[in-house]
Design a protein around this ligand. Structure first.
Ligand code: ADP
Ligand code: GN1
Ligand code: MG
Length: 364
């Protein structure tokens, strides 16, 4: 593997020498490696074999990322004291001048400078960290609000479109290729009961009451890096930055920042939304965005975590029915376990919905 990684690394333009490469992080989509280099004091790198079953047009995807990182970098350069190598992702270009390469097996690879001395959390254990996460996403949205040119390419069409996600779920439930439908009857009932009310954000969009903005769309907390003092540092995983509603980012961040159990926690009694973490994230987020969001967008922030947690639970369940073709799994029933934990989290949000609305009302 090291030999292969060295061969790939050498196709990118750097002034460093490959020392070692090893799997890194806990993302569910790409194969990610940390490449260490021999020279002291020089950068290390993140090398990624991209999942082109999921992202069907890698050149367009990379074009989005070039535009987004270029825009963020230009803004940071004009900010005194900014740390350009750590506050935004820096793509490394190939010897041919492209931001990706294709290897002999037709796999696509890309490389970023490794963000040194960052902290990454799958679970958030303090309101201060949640607040910093909220600030990071708020700033990220604000910085991209004036991106010039054509709309960003939709890298996964209908990514958070709950109507489409429900249709796919019903299709897989009917097809039932692995005969798993019988074992998910409770979960199916849970989905059916809530399907209609989940369409509210889409409806507000169609009526023009909330605008389409540039959003990240995958604001899981481990896609927000903090620095060595646990202050907001950099938003990563830019594959799904594209047009969307702010609720998608707010909802996904709360799904992960305010749940003190793992995404796939087996002991469902551990899965709860922590309202203090919800409040802290909301404060951080609104401290950066309250001047730009309209009143309807603000009002529906409290609903967003229910929608996104439901949507992602539905996607885990759909993938389970389909035979685990999308999310990486580490054991046979992991997607079902993820779906169950996320549905439990939806319930916990439902129980605390009045409190969530009150917090948002106070902050806006
Ligand atoms: P996936 O879509 O599979 O989640 P990510 O782009 O999020 O892929 O990368 C996976 C993990 O690699 C991240 O969660 C993070 O821990 C780490 N990572 C990615 N890019 C960088 C970077 N430039 N510097 C440091 N760590 C990174
Ligand atoms: C995936 O790429 P990663 O692991 O940060 C997924 C998200 C899900 C998340 C669930 C492109 O995120 O939509 O919310 O898993 N990303 C994609 O953990 O599908
Ligand atoms: Mg990720």
């Amino acid at each position: 593997m090291n030999q292969d990684l060295k061969e790939i690394f050498d196709q990118f333009h750097t002034e460093s020498t490959f020392e070692s490469g090893a799997p890194y992080g806990s993302g569910h989509i790409h194969d990610t490696f940390l490449v260490k280099t021999i020279e002291k004091g020089k950068d290390d790198y993140i090398l990624q074999r991209l999942n082109n079953r999921i992202f069907k047009n890698i050149p367009q995807l990379q074009n989005n990322i070039e535009r987004v990182t270029g825009h963020l970098r230009a803004k940071l350069i004009s900010k005194p004291g900014a740390d350009i190598k750590r506050e935004c992702l820096n793509l490394v270009y190939s010897n041919e001048g492209k931001s990706w390469i294709i290897d002999k097996y037709q796999n696509y690879w890309r490389m970023y400078i490794f963000i040194a001395n960052h902290r990454s959390y799958n679970i958030v254990d303090s309101p201060d960290k949640a607040f910093e996460g909220g600030k990071a996403i708020g700033k990220f949205q604000a910085m991209l609000s004036d991106l010039d040119g054509a709309p960003l390419f939709e890298t996964i069409p209908g990514f958070h479109d709950i109507e489409k996600r429900l249709e796919t779920f019903y299709d897989k439930l009917n097809a039932d290729p692995l005969s798993r439908a019988g074992s998910v009857k409770d979960e199916t009932d849970f989905v059916l009961k809530r399907a209609e009310e989940m369409k509210v954000i889409l409806r507000l969009g169609t009526k023009g009451e909330i605008p389409v903005r540039i959003t990240h769309n995958d604001t899981k907390f481990n896609n927000i890096l903090l620095d060595e003092n646990d202050k907001a540092l950099c938003v990563i995983d830019l594959d799904t930055v594209m047009p969307g509603y702010v609720h998608y980012d707010f909802g996904d961040a709360i799904r992960t920042a305010a749940n003190m159990a793992s995404e796939d926690e087996k002991d469902l009694s551990q899965v709860k939304m922590n309202i203090d973490l919800f409040r802290a994230y909301s404060e951080g987020y609104l401290s950066e965005t309250s001047g730009t969001l309209n009143n309807i967008e603000k009002k529906y922030l409290a609903f967003a975590p229910r929608l996104i947690t439901f949507t992602i639970a539905l996607r885990f369940l759909t993938d389970y029915l389909d035979g685990d073709n999308y999310f990486k799994i580490h054991h046979e029933h992991q997607n079902l376990q993820r779906a169950r934990a996320q549905f439990k989290l939806v319930e916990s949000m439902e129980e605390q919905y009045d409190g969530m609305k009150k917090i948002i009302k106070k902050l806006i």
